[in-house]
Every structure is written in structure tokens, then in C-alpha cells.
Write a protein that binds this ligand. Structure first.
Ligand code: LHQ
Length: 261
């Protein structure tokens, strides 16, 4: 499929989605949402043989959230409908995707652009990147999962101030507050993120998918229910070829070759 607002590239078992509206700091449009959904679904197809996804942005920004120029003429907009039909399905798609997702935040991540970065599994940012809960500046509420991600990642006090004050924070601060995994130098961000995605793509894919599921479920679970879920997921992991390979490689003192099965 030819995309207009994103790029979709495959290298080995890694698919890279690049948000590609650099003049608008990769702000989301309806078309971009349609294309993102199609690209993620393509990566998820078994015949695509993709085992890790990388998301980044073209140009100097990562993603400036909703393209506000699409909103200028709205008299009585139903933003709930917009969320239900575009942003929320995107966040759900990413969280339910049974593949590890690396996010390389190459510049500013604002509004739903920040939510996108938080929704990924392992988020790296360029040292010069920044994060901004832009919503309250335009009379809106953090969305696309930000009210769920922020307190869990950074704690309630920081979540409230970030959401209400809409102050931009730098990448180093985002790491210090637990919002993202690591900061890397600007000129090595993409290479490091790609190497990380390749590393994940060579790991036991099904175990990584179960880890995603366990950790997401844990957010709303009790220890008791979580212990049951771990037993269920471990039972499934224990039946994979990759588990057998992992144990065999351990005893043969060699590097395992995982197939994602
Ligand atoms: C933009 C945008 C943008 C259009 C930069 N739209 N053009 C969900 C449901 C439904 C509706 C509402 O929203 C949501 C979720 C959301 O995401 S709400 C939050 C929407 N996003 C924002 O409010 C952020 C708006 N942008 C900014 O505050 C700044 O642009 C940031 C801080 C991101 C970057 O600032 P600068 O580095 O100074 O860049 P800039 O402001 O000069 O922007 C560069 C160009 O990109 C500029 O266009 P121009 O033609 O003048 O060069 C901007 O107009 C355009 N742009 N964000 N969201």
C-alpha cells in the first residue's frame, strides 16, 4: 500500500513506521490515523514475519498531536467521537499488538503525540526532544491514554502538574520521571532505536507478547489474579519452541536462536 502521511519500511523482522508530515511536526490527520491502522495491521499479519515495530517521526518533530488546522471550522465538534474512532483505536492497537514496540522520539512530542510515545513499549528520545501535555493550553483534557499513562509512569503529583500546567519538559527530565526508558544523542537516536528493535526481533516473540499482556493487566489487577495470569501465560510460554531452544542453548553454552514460535 502506498502511504501519503507515513513511511513503512521493513528491515529483516523489524517494521519501521515514520510519521511523515514534517512541515506540521507530524501532527495527526484522519488520513494518518487510517494509514497507521493499516500499517500496524500489516505488521501484525503472520505472513509479514515482523517481530518488532519501531515508530519515529520525520524532520525536527516527533508528533505535535492533533492537526489543529483540521479543527478550525468546527462549530460544535464532537471530540469524543474523534477519540472513539481514531485515537483510542490507535492506542488499543498498539497495546494489543503481540509484538514489542520501540518508539524513537526525535523531537517534540505534544498532545496525543506524547500519548503515542507513552503507549509504546520501550521509548527512547533524542537529547533535544521534549514532551508537552499541550491539551489544557487549548481548553482540552489529556487524551489518547495520557491520563492513564502519566500517573502510572510519573506519579500523581507530576501527572497533575504536567496535565494542568502544560509545561514542556526535556528528554532527560522525562527519563528522570520514568516517562520513557532512555535518552540518547540526537545523531545516534535512529541507529540505537533500530538496533534495539532488531535485538527485540531476535528474542522470543511470544514471550515478549505475554510480558506485554501481563504488565498491562497488572495495572488493574490484584496480586491474586496476577499470579493466576502469570501461571496461564507461563504455561503458554512453556509450550513454545523458543522456550525449548532457550533451555537447550543454556546447557549447550551457546547463543539461542529464537524463531518467534
Ligand atoms: C501544527 C501543529 C498542530 C497543526 C505544529 N496542528 N499544525 C484529540 C481529539 C480531537 C481533537 C483535539 O485533539 C486531540 C488530541 C491532541 O493532540 S490535542 C493537542 C494538539 N496539539 C497541540 O496543541 C500542539 C500545538 N503545537 C504546539 O504547541 C507547537 O507547535 C509545538 C510546541 C509542538 C512546537 O513548537 P515549535 O517548535 O515552536 O514549532 P511551531 O509551533 O513553529 O510549529 C511548526 C509548524 O508546525 C507550524 O506551521 P507553520 O506553517 O507556521 O510553519 C505550526 O503551525 C505547525 N504545527 N503543531 N498540532
Amino acid at each position: 500500500m502506498a502511504y501519503q502521511t507515513i513511511l513503512y519500511d521493513v528491515a529483516g523482522a523489524v517494521a519501521t513506521i515514520t510519521l511523515n508530515r514534517p512541515d506540521k511536526l507530524n501532527a495527526f490527520t484522519e488520513e494518518m490515523h487510517r494509514e497507521l491502522a493499516a500499517a500496524i495491521d500489516t505488521a501484525a499479519l503472520p505472513e509479514s514475519k515482523i517481530r518488532a515495530l519501531l515508530i519515529t517521526g520525520a524532520g525536527r518533530g516527533f508528533c505535535a498531536g492533533q492537526d489543529l488546522s483540521q479543527r478550525k471550522g468546527d462549530a460544535l465538534p464532537d471530540l469524543g467521537h474523534t477519540l472513539n474512532t481514531t485515537y483510542n483505536p490507535l492506542v488499543r492497537r498498539l497495546r494489543k499488538l503481540p509484538l514489542p514496540i520501540v518508539c524513537a522520539v526525535n523531537g517534540v512530542a505534544a498532545g496525543a503525540g506524547a500519548s503515542l510515545a507513552f503507549a509504546c513499549d520501550i521509548t527512547l528520545a533524542a537529547r533535544s526532544a521534549s514532551f508537552l501535555q499541550a491539551f489544557s493550553k487549548i481548553g482540552l483534557v489529556p487524551d489518547s491514554g495520557s491520563t492513564w499513562f502519566l500517573p502510572r509512569l510519573a506519579g500523581s503529583a507530576r501527572a497533575r502538574a504536567l496535565a494542568m500546567l502544560a509545561e514542556k519538559i526535556g528528554a532527560e527530565q522525562a527519563v528522570a520521571w520514568g516517562l520513557i526508558w532512555q535518552v540518547v544523542d540526537d545523531d545516534t537516536l535512529l541507529a540505537e532505536a533500530a538496533a534495539l528493535a532488531q535485538r527485540l526481533a531476535a528474542m522470543p516473540t511470544r514471550a515478549l507478547a505475554y510480558i506485554k499482556r501481563a504488565l498491562d493487566t497488572a495495572e488493574t489487577s490484584t496480586l491474586d489474579r496476577q499470579l493466576d495470569l502469570e501461571a496461564e501465560l507461563q504455561a503458554m510460554a512453556g509450550r513454545t519452541d523458543d522456550y525449548r531452544e532457550g533451555v537447550a542453548a543454556f546447557f549447550e553454552k551457546r547463543t539461542p536462536t529464537f524463531k518467534g514460535r
